[in-house]
Design a binder for this molecule. Structure first.
Ligand code: PEP
Length: 265
């Protein structure tokens, strides 16, 4: 890890609770981060995205890390009621500082389209541009990657472009992109460092094209998909990648700590 940009390690708990329990995990992560901060010149921004029911309580207990949400409600049709959803206002009230949007499981299970995902991003930023940072997930299916690396990059660039084109340029600097190839999520398969670096570059081209001219720095780009203690160091060294979005491995405090350590200097 060489550059001085802020780094991010984000845990997505999905529907799960860590095996040792919620309270114990938060206690240990606080202690771990306190220790890292006293021994490192620089530590990453660590974010845990638990189920919505835990956000408020986690926010109250989190001393050295941030809390995020896994999804947000947005209403394309407007003027309808939606049981079981959380709005951007509700998430902000509970203390979420980040929110995952467009996760491939939500695209698959809830039929989320690029238009709806763009609406969610705008909804989060409407709350107040720097209150909740949207972490926009994009990524190709295995059959696209099998076609060719160029096909995968074209596909992901199309996803990013569609979302950014629906947003005012001046808001682009407030988002984060997580490149999560669908075939890598929960499978133990990971693209090569060269493939990840090349995808980061392709995403950067879209971010640059859709950013306000006055923006000094492009938004962070994360990698997600089967990140674990064994591959975190290699991923941390990839140029153009500013951190990781970790699913399964974030539930184990020790493993998550080992991943965080790769982003401490
Ligand atoms: C995810 O679901 O966002 C994810 C990256 O999962 P995993 O790390 O388990 O592959």
């Amino acid at each position: 890890m060489s550059d001085l940009r802020e780094k991010f390690v984000v845990g997505n708990w999905k529907e799960k609770i860590p095996p040792g329990g919620f309270e114990y995990y938060v206690y240990k992560l606080n202690k771990f981060m306190q220790t890292r901060r006293s021994f490192s010149m620089c530590t990453p921004t660590v974010v845990i995205c638990p189920g919505d029911v835990f956000i408020d309580s986690m926010k109250r207990q989190a001393k050295c890390f941030q809390v995020g949400a896994q999804n947000v409600h947005a209403d394309l049709a407007a003027d309808r009621a939606y049981t079981g959803r959380s709005t951007a206002d509700a998430l902000a009230w509970a203390g979420a500082k980040f929110c995952i949007v467009g996760h491939s499981e939500c695209r698959r299970d809830f039929g989320e389209t690029e238009d709806l995902i763009a609406q969610k991003v705008i909804e989060l930023l409407r709350c107040s541009a720097d209150l909740i940072t949207p972490i926009i997930c994009v990524g190709e299916d295995d059959w696209v990657r099998e076609e060719s690396d160029e096909a995968a990059e074209l596909f992901v660039r199309g996803q990013v472009r569609h979302i950014l084109e629906s947003m005012p340029e001046k808001l682009v600097e407030w988002v984060m992109i997580a490149y999560e190839p669908i075939w890598a999520i929960g499978t133990g398969k990971v693209p090569t460092p060269e493939q990840i670096a090349s995808m980061a570059n392709a995403i950067g081209v879209e971010l640059f094209a859709h950013s306000d001219d006055s923006v000094d720095e492009l938004p962070p780009i994360l990698y997600g998909g089967s990140v674990n203690a064994g591959n975190a160091a290699e991923i941390a060294d990839i140029e153009g990648i500013d951190g990781v979005l970790v699913g399964g491995a974030s539930l184990d405090g020790k493993t998550f700590g080992q991943i965080i350590r790769e982003y401490c200097q």
